[in-house]
Design a protein around this ligand. Sequence first.
Ligand SMILES: [Fe+2]
Length: 308
Amino acid sequence: MTDAPLAAATDQILMTERGAGPKPVIRTFFDEATFTASHVVHDPDTKAAAIIDSVLDYEAASGRTSYASAEKIVEYVRTEGLHVEWQLETHAHADHLSAAPWLQEQVGGKLGIGADIVTVQNVFGKIFNAGSEFARDGSQFERLFHDGDRFKVGTLDAIALHVPGHTPADMAFIIGDAAFIGDTLFMPDYGTARADFPGGDARMLFRSIHRLLKLPEQTRLFLCHDYKAPGRDTFAWETTVGAERAHNVHVHDGVTEDDFVKMRTTRDAKLSLPNLIMPSVQVNIRGGHMPEPEENGVSYIKIPINKM
Ligand SMILES: [Fe+2]
């Protein structure tokens, strides 16, 4: 069976490596509070940039937001003289709030996410009993990506691949020779993302991961999270397809789909929910915006009792 989007991504990666176009420059900002890696990728020729998976600081006890993490990105963008064309989300995150709307105010950029965000909006719209003011049509985002969609960051060619499993809407963004793969694979010594959130599916995750592992071995992979594997004391967020195929503790070459599903399901059953899942999901399905303020002008986060 042919996989045209994957073949196009492969061609693009090989062309960039051969010097047919500029190589993207990537700077990562790691948020230790949520273990999230936000990436700023730019075209050295035009200084056009994309910000991927930004973090809004949120203190659960007080319900207060702040911007120290996002300010570091703004400072970098301004120092480097970048102009931001995109704010990209690999998926609706359950462990941190997106800073995309605030970053858009500071430095601009169109907000993009996978088109299947509408599925996620429907699932969580029901769980949180959101009112009719919450549109479940993806209209909070400026661009909804489908599998194989092409876009540009300056002169850099980019392709979106649909890689569901962790959630139904996960996308990987291939920009030049670099792949930003969200919550699919983690570092080889740590493994893979969980697949037990509402709408998640371990079998689908395995298939998505295997699609990514068909990219050229030298493809640079940039991850959304790192939790330090036992025996490693620094955070890491960059690896390659070759390293994942050889060493990933969950999906190295030879691991079967059934083995993976069994391992993932057993492991997920023991994981507790992320600390910030309640605010994260409610905010991120709204494109990073807070729920509609009530008549006193204040936004509230709901907590469903005995539901999650
Ligand atoms: Fe996630």
